[in-house]
Design a protein around this ligand. Structure first.
Ligand code: ADP
Ligand code: MG
Length: 695
């Protein structure tokens, strides 16, 4: 009989029992299947145990010998206890030292056979002998020559009460007795096409590799056997997304049939010509809107490439066809800015536009319900329960990875399958787009409007403020305007960061001859608007603000941005901020002022900002620095966790898995020919989304 390993409780494995099984469950291991997927986090090559006399200083080495002495020593004059273990292997002696862990002593007995692994050092006083500080150790018994030594040995994360040896023995036992019950659900032809080994072989080899295996690849998690398991995860993820996408296309959506009058008039009054890229992307959108299935399209493009106009044009198409549309931004401030911008260009159109945010008073709910309002601009408040549309036809989401695949699915239920357009506020790397947004269709605006000048970016530390002040003075004298951006509105006790309020006072003192004004999110919306308008009219020389100016603000005469505490900002935020300048015909410059000390990651971020102005490149680097963890396994993403695969490290594999997955769903949408695969998929996506309608 075939055993279902995901229902096989670990407690019934020989050598486990109730006590150990409760310890194992702390590591997330409840069933045999959990155990098989509890992978070593590193490997030690013990196929090569050295004679102590042959050790090389500075190398990571493994030795095995008998305990000669085990003593706790006190350093005279210092409050430090050192546990010292002296080991003899017949060739020489080696001393293992553990600092401030006197309790270690009780683990060892004279004459015991032990294995030590660590970096080889000389005695610090005499410069001779062999020592290891805090080595990994194992106490050997007679019968374990196969599992714990003479091989490449897996090292697992442990929990107190359960040693790495105990876990290793349990794993050895499980692999030997249960691997035959592992069943490969990935179609054989797909494995063959992608040169991937079988599942049993892969799991067995990841836990107990062959002596011939490459330890470095194993440690990086990129051995062929690791690749196989990573492929499976990607494959499951992408099949899920392919099914979600297919289910959507099968549904009936609105088929818009605009005559084009409103849109034509709008394009006529636009003070510029659309770029080729904008035209191409808009025609993608128009095609979706006219088709009978619900649109679900992602628009990517760098800061300033002109996404908002395209979104607005789509909303005009909806309005002309007597449908309402909604534009949803991630924050209230962004929503306000979109509202202001759209209101400005639409004033004479006769269309009704309103703002809807969580904190806004006088919510125009009745007018939305009656259909009097054509375009609603707001935050997530738009999709809250109390908000009822008469006939919502189009939803535009302006977002920064804040909307997951599930929320998008829910959104379509808000009305009768409205069209959905997702705009990323900053570009996201291709690998992320492939995973987080595989269920969407995809268009890129890969061109900036003509006449944009590259922005020069300079990095200063706080010792060079005078130089910065001189640059500011020169620039204002030339008639240009300046943004100064602070991370905080007000000083706080929790941090020693400089703030906009004190900054504004400082700049006023420094430049009494210039007009300095403060702008931040706690200033009333109406006043904020007035300040921005006044800045735009050129009445303000230096605008001291927080990141409220991050998006949407457009003042071509502003040519210099000074970012205070640049080391504290994230890359995409810095890129967004910098996108506020370089919008006119003058040369622009962004000055990053960083306060030391700051860490390596901050240094990398600042370096990239100085070197590159390409949003896509910056996004890739951001992902490399931060790692994909930020995006997966969060409630926001709504995606299943990736336990083994890593979209940065395994990007090529992801692409292969995606092609295979979409291909398979094309050929066999319900996976009728692959019942076991279908079952694994349901488990993988459990609690997230129901892929296949039951029955
Ligand atoms: P994004 O949202 O992509 O960052 P926006 O839609 O805010 O960019 O557009 C940035 C600025 O460029 C706006 O002032 C907009 O009016 C302007 N703009 C958009 N398209 C064009 C174009 N084809 N030619 C010139 N300016 C444009
Ligand atoms: Mg925009």
């Amino acid at each position: 009989m075939v055993k279902d390993l995901s229902n096989f409780q670990i407690q019934y494995i020989k050598g486990v029992g109730p006590k150990r099984s409760s310890l194992l469950s702390r590591l997330g291991i409840k069933t045999v299947k959990d155990a098989l997927y509890y992978l070593p986090y590193r490997y030690e090559d013990r196929s090569n145990i050295k004679k102590i006399s042959d050790l090389i200083y500075g190398n990571m080495e493994t030795v095995s010998g008998k305990v000669v002495s085990a003593e706790v020593k006190k350093l005279p004059g210092r409050n430090l206890k050192i546990f010292e273990l002296l080991v003899n292997d017949g060739s020489s002696l080696l001393k293992g030292k553990w600092f401030n862990q006197p309790f270690m002593k009780k683990n060892f007995k004279i004459g015991q056979e032990v294995l030590l692994c660590g970096v080889v050092k000389r005695n610090p006083y005499w410069g001779i002998g062999f020592e290891m500080d805090n080595p990994e150790y194992e106490i050997m018994t007679d019968d374990d020559s196969l599992v714990h030594t003479n091989r490449i040995v897996p090292v697992y994360r442990v929990t107190s009460g359960l040693s790495v040896r105990q876990i290793r023995s349990i794993m050895f036992n499980i692999i030997n007795t249960c691997i035959k019950d592992v069943h490969d659900t990935t179609p054989a032809e797909i494995l063959e096409r992608n040169a991937l080994p079988g599942l049993r072989e892969s799991i067995a080899n990841i836990h107990f590799p062959d002596t011939s295996a490459d330890v470095e690849l194993l440690n990086r998690g990129t051995s062929n056997f690791h690749r196989r398991l990573s492929f499976d995860e990607f494959f499951m993820l992408e099949i899920g997304l392919a099914v979600i996408k297919r289910n959507r296309v099968l549904e009936k959506g609105i088929s818009f049939s605009p005559k084009g009058a409103i849109l034509d008039r709008f394009i006529e009054i636009l003070p510029f010509k659309l770029t080729k890229a904008q035209e191409r992307v808009f025609s993608d959108i128009l095609k979706d809107m006219k088709s009978h299935y619900p649109m679900n399209r992602l628009i990517q493009g760098d800061v300033g490439c002109g996404k908002t106009i395209i979104a607005l044009m789509a909303m005009l198409v909806a309005a002309e066809c007597k449908y309402q549309s909604a534009l949803m931004a991630p924050t209230e401030i962004l929503a306000e800015q979109h509202f202001i911008n759209i209101y400005r260009v639409m004033e004479d159109s006769g269309l009704k536009i309103c703002l809807l945010t969580g904190s806004g008073k006088d919510k125009p709910l009745n007018k939305i319900a009656s259909g009097e309002i054509d375009i609603v601009v707001g935050t997530h408040a738009i999709i809250q329960e109390g908000v009822i549309f008469k006939n919502l036809g189009l939803i535009v989401i302006d977002e920064q990875h804040r909307f997951g695949v599930m929320q998008r699915a829910l959104l379509r239920k808000k009305a009768d399958n409205p069209d959905v357009l997702v705009m990323t506020a900053t570009p996201i790397p291709r690998t992320l787009a492939l995973t987080l947004y595989s269920d969407l269709d995809y268009s890129v605006i890969d061109e900036l409007p003509p006449g944009r000048r590259p922005v020069k970016t300079l990095l200063f530390n706080s010792g060079h403020k005078d130089q910065i002040y001189n640059i500011i003075r020169e620039e204002v004298k030339k008639g240009r305007q300046i943004y100064v951006v602070y991370p905080l509105i007000e000083e706080s006790e929790k941090t020693d960061l400089r703030s906009a309020i004190t900054g504004k006072n400082a700049f006023e003192r420094l430049f009494p001859e210039f007009k300095v004004v403060l702008l931040h999110g706690r200033i009333k919306a109406g006043d904020r608007e007035e300040i921005m308008a006044s800045f735009k009219r050129g009445e303000i020389d230096i605008l001291v603000s927080t990141t409220v100016i991050e998006v949407g603000v457009d003042v071509p005469n502003a040519t210099l941005m000074l970012i205070i505490h640049a080391e504290r900002f994230g890359l995409s935020q810095l890129h967004q901020l910098r996108g506020r300048i370089g919008r006119g015909s003058h040369n622009s410059c962004c000055i990053l002022l960083a306060y030391e000390p700051y860490g390596d990651e901050a240094r990398k971020r600042l370096d990239i900002m100085v070197k590159s102005s390409d949003g896509f490149r910056i996004a890739e680097e951001d992902l490399n620095i931060r790692g994909p963890g930020e995006f997966f396994g969060t409630r926001q993403s709504g995606m299943p966790d990736l336990m083994i695969a890593n979209i940065v490290r395994d990007a090529t594999l992801l692409n292969e898995a995606r092609l295979e997955a979409f291909n398979l769903i094309d050929r066999d949408p319900d996976l009728k020919g692959f019942p076991p695969l279908r079952k694994s998929l349901e488990t993988f996506w459990e609690g997230k989304i129901e892929l296949f309608k039951t029955g």
